[in-house]
Write a protein that binds this ligand. Structure first.
Ligand SMILES: *[C@@H]1O[C@H](CO)[C@@H](O)[C@H](O)[C@H]1NC(C)=O
Ligand SMILES: *[C@@H]1O[C@H](CO)[C@@H](O)[C@H](O)[C@H]1NC(C)=O
Ligand SMILES: *[C@@H]1O[C@H](CO)[C@@H](O)[C@H](O)[C@H]1NC(C)=O
Ligand SMILES: *[C@@H]1O[C@H](CO)[C@@H](O)[C@H](O)[C@H]1NC(C)=O
Ligand SMILES: *[C@@H]1O[C@H](CO)[C@@H](O)[C@H](O)[C@H]1NC(C)=O
Ligand SMILES: *[C@@H]1O[C@H](CO)[C@@H](O)[C@H](O)[C@H]1NC(C)=O
Ligand SMILES: *[C@H]1O[C@@H](CO)[C@H](O)[C@@H](O)[C@@H]1NC(C)=O
Length: 920
């Protein structure tokens, strides 16, 4: 057979094939594995050594010529080429290239070699599906615990790949899940936290040993097993409330949302579930809801609610201990949430002293009950007031306990008390002498004189005045009809101003015996001031005189005369130093100096309708210095100030001597209806407003607002501070009267009894009584220490037969105590100014008064000032009495003894009843 340059004949090839078949069986073939799209080189036998003529065939069913080293023969395809004269190089393999290849080499002998070419492809892309899972925003998958999860993995390759699943949990080595050439999916039936980790699918081409893998992280989430827990606790030393919401046991951590209930105001949103609230966000009974949500938790979420409550405190009001013995005071706190801190205090004076546990004082607390045990009682050390205070961020409540320490034999105590009572009596008599010094005596009639050209002063002591009154009456009747006259009791002589109900006084005054002998003075209208027409008449301003006030020393009278103007009038009205001629001159020029050094009238333009008025007591020296520093223009003189409460919620503070505006206090959102200064001279001002709050201001600190008292649901009409500065009374539209502690600015108690808005309140001069007046026509007299209702004074028409119309015809407007504490004056809508003696349930005297709004007694007695809707003020004579020694004693004692303290005194029951105003 000729070797050489010609392509072999097909016939030859067929016989070659037969040869090859036999030869291959000898087992000299090689196997080469190629990859699709890549190149492969098939060697023809031994690569080294001399090479002869090499020819390559493909032998499928029969040999096909591919290529020869004889360059005259072209390769069957351009992909084929010879390398190193003998090897077959195939470019860009495809799967069709797989098969057996044969090469023939002709040297001095002819040799045949066979190569088996296998072509592999892939694996290429791996597709992993993990079903019944969800995807986090960052792309990570998660499945709920307990759910069933299907894993599947697909990849294409030739030959088909082997697919393996591997699993790796956190911080552990990979775990082999098994491989299966045909099945590449599996299920996990119950997912559990230990199945959280990385799942890897690996596809391997067994022919080429090439592989690819895909790793997927799968998280296993589960909600907390039980319901969330809500808790409120005190934080940051009782000034903050910490709300905590716990919902443990789930993965990942839940989200918490605290909201106010009802209303849904969002308090805060966090992963921790902890929110801090300050006191201003808290009120008694408020509810907070924690809404917890978990990614695989219930759709609606889970929630819990806390309701915060201020404490209520219960204790026995009085305790007795024998000298040398032991006594236990108990204090039960209930309703407080979060639980209250319970403190025992001594010393009613400021600063308060907290009782610390010692060998003398043993304090135990069991839950919310606290006991204070005092060992070895001694009269000097231990007798007195104990205050149990329960404090949580929602509120503070305190209760007073009076501890009296007695000698086992009581005679000494009785004698001591009687002696001290006698001494007190003597002291009060001497006080009485000073009190009724002739300086303050009144001369009716020639005492008053016009102060300002703007004001018309009407002197009411003669026939001439009566005529004027009648004229006015006539004018009023034209407007209001004839019925008006009928509203006056028939007994009242029309031409006079006061009627004395002799029937009531008969037999009673003598019976009282003490203090009423002096009642011969008839309450007469002494003078009436009317505002002059303002220069620019502003119809927006109203003309009511909502308040009148005397300065505590009696040297000034403040009159809110409507149209935003307050007049400060020196008192007494008469100025004896000024000759008649000079007075005329002073009328002509308003701002001219009147007397040599004597105070002159001031006009304060408040810019807003004035509702409340209050004079400060004479201030203590440091306050003046502060003001002088703050307002360098203010001369360093004794600084009596007047506070004015305005329509827009502002409070303006004026210096009385100069008429200068000192301070402007803002905070109230609505009309400031009433004002009250602490009588102690500490320049603490309380304001009552239609914005339903009371605010406490410290004028020594440039009018800093130190407290807001909230709790009223309606407009607050009035506020009054007890003369001993311990209590504050406030009354509002919602019928209840609130008593606040002026030590802690917390609510002591609510007094319930009125049927309608309570518009006026006043304490007796010894702080032992509180009177309140309401639109329901009743004045109620309370014991402020016990909250007991001592009596009520009903304002019916004097002749009940005539009153068949409107109940509110006798709505009350104002009530005030006389300075010696024996009388009350009331102003009602039935056009009567009534004067009541404390012990009688019917008025002892009354006077006709139209459109009355307010009343106040002159601080040294003898005069009542009233203000009207028309902007007028009237001055009336008030009963001037010499208090009985009994009453003076009572007044002196009650100025520093509370009701409980009186009840603890070792004195007869009758005396206790008298001292506590149960009897008169
Ligand atoms: C295959 O061979 C051709 C020609 O020798 C070369 O150009 C190409 O890069 C090679 N391909 C690979 C994948 O090696
Ligand atoms: C190639 O030869 C081997 C035996 O040497 C045989 O098993 C194989 O099936 C052949 N391949 C093809 C594609 O014919
Ligand atoms: C995706 O978020 C989850 C939860 O926040 C976290 O556990 C995981 O590691 C995150 N994955 C990536 C890839 O950031
Ligand atoms: C593959 O899985 C199927 C079904 O589970 C099983 O019958 C078969 O034996 C497995 N094959 C291998 C190689 O594991
Ligand atoms: C899974 O793999 C990612 C990326 O390699 C890694 O950050 C993560 O920690 C792994 N998770 C576990 C549970 O091993
Ligand atoms: C008072 O208490 C103390 C201590 O518990 C006790 O030793 C003492 O006997 C008690 N005194 C009286 C009078 O009970
Ligand atoms: C080929 O045959 C071998 C032995 O079989 C010899 O050794 C070689 O020399 C010979 N070569 C040639 C060119 O004949």
């Amino acid at each position: 057979m000729a070797a050489g340059g010609r392509a072999p004949e097909p016939r030859v090839l067929v016989c070659l094939g037969a040869l090859l078949a036999g030869w291959v069986a000898v087992g000299l073939e090689a196997v080469v594995i190629g990859e699709v799209h890549e190149n492969v080189t098939l060697h023809c036998g031994n690569i080294s050594g001399p090479r002869g003529l090499v020819t390559w065939y493909r032998n499928d069913s029969e040999p096909v010529f591919l290529l020869s080293s004889n360059s005259s023969l072209l390769p069957a395809e351009p992909r084929f080429s010879l390398v190193n004269v003998s090897s077959l190089h195939i470019e860009a393999l495809s799967l069709q290239d797989e098969g057996n290849y044969t090469c023939r080499e002709i040297l001095n002998v002819t040799q045949w070699f066979q190569v088996w070419l296998q072509v592999a492809s892939g694996p290429y892309q791996i597709e992993v599906h993990i079903s019944a899972t969800s995807t986090l925003p960052n792309g990570t998958l998660y499945a709920a615990k307990g759910s069933q999860v299907e894993f599947s993995c697909n990849s294409s390759s030739w030959p088909p790949p082997m697919v393996e699943w591997w699993f790796q949990a956190l911080n552990s080595s990979s775990e082999f899940f098994g491989h299966n050439l045909t099945v590449n999916s599996f299920s996990l039936l119950l997912m559990s936290p230990n199945l959280q980790g990385n799942y890897t699918c690996l596809a391997l081409n067994l022919l080429s040993r090439r592989h690819r893998k895909v790793t997927t992280e799968l998280l296993v989430y589960y909600p907390p097993p039980s319901a969330p827990q809500c808790r409120a606790q005190m934080a940051s030393g009782f000034f903050m409330l910490q709300l905590t919401c716990r919902w443990d046991g789930g993965y990942p951590d839940p989200n918490f949302l605290w909201i106010e209930e009802p209303g849904g105001v969002i308090v805060g949103k966090s992963k921790l579930g902890v929110e801090m609230l300050n006191k201003s966000q808290l009120s008694d009974g408020k509810k907070f809801k924690c809404a917890a949500s978990h990614v695989v938790g219930p759709e609606a979420g889970a929630s819990c609610v806390v309701q915060i409550r201020s404490p209520s405190v219960l204790s026995e009001p009085m305790k007795t201990c024998f000298v040398g013995g032991n006594v236990t005071l108990t204090c039960q706190v209930s309703g407080a949430y979060p639980p209250a801190k319970i403190l025992w205090l001594r010393n009613l004076t400021q600063p308060e002293v907290i009782t610390q546990p010692s060998s003398h004082h043993l304090i135990t607390q069991d839950g919310q009950n606290s006991t204070l045990t005092i060992h070895n009682c001694s009269q000097d050390l231990d007798e007195g007031y104990y205050v149990c205070r329960a404090d949580n961020p929602v509120g503070v409540r305190e209760v007073d306990i009076w501890l009296s320490v007695k000698e086992p034999l009581n005679i000494g105590g009785i004698v001591g008390t009687i002696v001290s009572l006698l001494l007190l009596g003597l002291a009060t008599i001497s006080g009485l002498m000073l009190y009724y010094s002739p300086v303050l005596c009144w001369k009716v009639g020639n005492t008053f004189r016009g102060q300002n050209m703007d004001d018309v002063m009407v002197l009411v002591d003669s026939e001439e005045e009566e005529e004027e009154e009648e004229e006015e009456d006539a004018a009023a009747e034209e407007e209001e009809g004839a019925q008006e006259r009928e509203e006056f009791p028939k007994e009242i002589p029309k031409q006079n101003h006061i009627h004395r109900v002799t029937a009531l006084v008969n037999g009673n005054i003598e019976q009282m015996g003490n203090g009423f002998q002096d009642l011969q003075e008839e309450p007469l209208l002494l003078a009436e001031l009317k505002p002059g027409r303002p220069h620019q008449f502003d119809w927006k301003s109203s003309c009511e005189t909502w308040s009148v006030a005397f300065s505590p020393d009696g040297s000034w009278f403040a009159w809110s005369q409507g149209h935003c103007i307050v007049k400060l009038i020196p008192w007494p009205l008469e100025e004896q130093f000024i000759p008649k001629g000079f007075e005329a001159k002073s009328r002509s020029s308003k701002n001219e100096t009147k007397g040599r050094g004597s105070p002159k009238e001031k006009t304060l333009d408040c810019g807003q309708i004035v509702w409340g008025l209050a004079f400060s007591p004479w201030p203590s020296p440091p306050s003046r210095k502060l003001w002088a520093r703050h307002h360098p223009q203010v001369p360093d003189v004794s600084c009596l100030v007047l506070a004015t409460g305005l329509n827009d919620g502002q409070i303006k503070i004026w210096e009385v001597q100069t008429g200068l505006l000192l301070l402007n206090l803002s905070g109230h959102q609505d009309v400031v209806r009433d004002l009250s200064f602490t009588p102690s001279g500490s320049l603490i001002l309380v304001s009552a407003s239609r914005d339903k709050t009371l605010r406490i201001w410290d004028l020594n600190k440039h009018g800093k607002q130190i407290q807001v008292l909230s709790g009223h649901l309606q407009w607050v009409y009035c506020c009054s501070i007890s003369p001993d500065c311990s209590m504050l009374c406030s009354a509002a539209g919602e019928k209840s009267v609130f008593l606040w502690s002026m030590r802690s600015y917390t609510l002591i108690r609510k007094l319930e009894g009125h049927q309608s808005s309570v518009v006026s309140c006043d304490f007796s001069p010894d702080s032992a009584l509180l009177v309140t007046a309401s639109y329901d026509t009743n004045v109620i007299m309370w014991d402020p220490y016990t909250g007991e209702r001592l009596r009520s004074l009903h304002h019916t028409q004097v002749d009940p037969a005539m009153d068949d119309s409107d109940v509110h015809i006798s709505s009350l407007r104002s009530v005030c105590f006389s300075p010696e504490g024996l009388y009350l004056a009331t102003v009602a809508d039935d056009r009567l100014l009534r004067i009541w003696a404390l012990e009688l349930k019917t008025p002892i005297a009354f006077a006709p008064m139209t459109n009355g709004l307010c009343c106040t007694f002159f601080p040294h007695g003898g005069v009542i000032a009233t203000g009207t809707r028309d902007g007028h003020v009237q001055f009336w004579t008030a009963p001037r009495v010499l208090s009985s020694l009994k009453h003076l004693c009572r007044k002196a004692l009650r100025s520093f003894l509370t009701t409980y303290q009186v009840l603890a005194l070792p004195i007869p029951k009758k005396m206790k009843e008298f001292l506590t105003y149960r009897t008169f």
